[in-house]
Design a binder for this molecule. Structure first.
Ligand SMILES: *Cc1c(COP(=O)(O)O)cnc(C)c1O
Length: 242
């Protein structure tokens, strides 16, 4: 498709970006946190590189992808014109895909097995900065998703810290959808507590990232202490109609 990317499309993406920024600004204000303590990660899975490019023109820097092959294709196509974008892998990683991730992404949020972490460290090219990683925790015991149990986090964190080409930055979580703000807040607060409890035993210089909150629960996540919210639908639209 080589027709000119429509101005209307571009404007609607930029107005979505503005609206999400305002939600984040309001949520931080409401709980007395400085606005710059929350980073917006734009989840561009299932949307084309052109949409990423439009968001980048609005000043968005961090992008998240779930599917490795799709993500790597986008990274490779956008790198020449947008070398400063920061790419986050937020989906499950099979062993046979670790090399692609290690060579192309800047961050991985979905570490939940030592074997995958070891492969990522071994395969991270030496010329690149260490891969920035978060451990994915299954805080509410949701059966359908990946992530380690809270009581396994410390041991995995201590092992991941030893890997030379990875830098452990924090935790990531995807709670089960909850109907009310109170329920959302409750589960995010549990993750925050776990995150705080790890700080002293790990004593890392930069254990500073709590990746939680999506389109429907970003306010609750920010109130609980999220430092990075991962937003797809509110920015790019609904994925099933894309
Ligand atoms: C898709 C996805 C998101 C974004 O979800 P929305 O509800 O569309 O904002 C965030 N995090 C992960 C891990 C995802 O897979």
């Amino acid at each position: 498709m080589h027709f000119v990317y429509s101005v209307k499309m571009m404007q609607s993406l930029l107005s979505n970006l503005d609206a999400v920024r305002q939600r984040i600004a309001k949520a931080t204000r409401d709980c007395g946190r400085p606005a710059d303590t929350v980073c917006l990660l734009a989840v561009s899975k299932k949307f084309p590189a052109q949409d990423v490019q439009a968001m980048a023109q609005g000043g968005q820097i961090d992008f998240g992808e779930n599917y490795i092959q799709e993500g790597v294709e986008k990274i490779i196509s956008l790198k020449p014109t947008n070398p400063l974008l920061v790419w986050h892998c937020i989906g499950p990683i099979q062993s046979n895909k670790t090399k692609w991730v290690a060579e192309n992404f800047d961050w991985v949020h979905s570490i939940d097995r030592l074997k995958i972490a070891q492969r990522l460290s071994e395969q991270r090219p030496l010329g690149l900065k260490p891969l920035q990683v978060c451990l994915q925790v299954n805080v509410d015991g949701g059966a359908s998703k990946s992530g380690i149990a809270p009581d396994e986090v410390l041991a995995l964190a201590q092992a991941v810290m030893q890997l030379p080409q990875l830098q452990l930055r924090g935790l990531m979580t995807i709670p089960e959808p909850a109907d009310t703000y109170e329920l959302q807040l409750h589960v995010h607060q549990q993750t925050k507590k776990l995150f705080d409890e790890l700080k002293s035993p790990l004593s890392l210089q930069k254990f500073d990232t709590l990746s939680m909150g999506m389109t429907t629960d970003l306010e609750a996540a920010i109130h609980a202490g999220a430092t990075m919210v991962r937003v797809g639908t509110a920015l790019f639209g609904r994925r099933d109609v894309a």
